[in-house]
Design a protein around this ligand. Structure first.
Ligand code: PGA
Length: 244
């Protein structure tokens, strides 16, 4: 299981970041942990000797140069960043398009940073038209990459209706199992044979200590992208222990 903490903008001082990092270091002795943090903190933990992986919450499409305020994939790679979240619904809501997501993915891959591509529907309809939206988000990335690049992507299924709620309002294990199967079926269009099974699929959207184990069991997910439950050390520890 890969557990990625998405700190969003919840962690707003370096002091809080250091405390959460110290706690994650202990957890990382027995679980695969990545911390997706605001950019400046990446510099704080670059070169640390723990097994906690560094992740960014975004990356620029810029390749560098005269581009005030942008943070490039090259910058992230130079700090030892392993993963970068792209296409998060909170970024898409601010204007990030499928085309931008693809550009970001390409920049990251060129610098050996693993993209975590977020997909997810805003709401569900009885005719299941939301499935074609998910297919389109996946196609917008996978159709434009080489076989090797496709296998380097991590997909995070994050239904918007489940984000920032409570475990009780989150997805149900059976619904998650169906979605993971669906995502792998779509990936099968781009990755022949059994190779679509190799792409890691994470779930995000109100994963908390109380529902994490049930969501992990039998759903086929390879891990979680955790928002609010990742920014309180005891809560995050309980969550990680529940699934590992
Ligand atoms: P949440 O956020 O766990 O607070 O729902 C998940 C995410 O948006 O990545």
């Amino acid at each position: 299981m890969l557990i990625v903490a998405n700190w969003k903008a919840y962690v707003d001082t370096a002091d809080k970041a250091k405390k959460l990092f110290a706690s994650a270091k202990r957890l990382a002795q027995s679980a695969d942990i990545a911390l997706a943090m605001p950019y400046p903190y990446l510099g704080l933990f670059a070169g640390n000797k723990s097994t906690v992986a560094l992740a960014s919450q975004d990356v620029s499409i810029s390749t560098g140069g005269a581009d005030t305020g942008e943070v490039t994939a090259s910058t992230l790679a130079s700090l030892g960043v392993s993963y970068s979240v792209v296409g998060h619904s909170e970024r898409r809501a601010k204007g990030e398009t499928d085309e931008m997501v693809l550009e970001k993915v390409k920049r990251l891959l060129a610098h050996n940073v693993t993209p975590i591509v977020c997909v997810g529907e805003a709401e569900r309809d009885l005719d299941a038209r939301y499935l074609s939206g998910i297919r389109a988000q996946l196609a917008a990335v996978f159709a434009h990459l080489s076989q090797k690049e496709r296998l380097s992507i991590v997909v995070a299924y994050e239904p918007i209706w489940a984000i920032g709620k409570t475990a009780a309002e989150s997805i149900q294990p059976l619904e998650l199992e169906e979605m993971v199967l669906y995502i792998r079926k779509v990936l099968g269009d781009y990755l022949p044979g059994k190779s679509a099974q190799k792409v890691r699929v994470l779930y995000g959207g109100s994963t908390e200590p109380t529902n994490a184990r049930a969501l992990a069991a039998g759903s086929g997910v390879d891990g979680f992208l955790v928002g609010h439950a990742s920014v309180d050390a005891p809560t995050f520890s309980a969550l990680v222990k529940a699934v590992s």
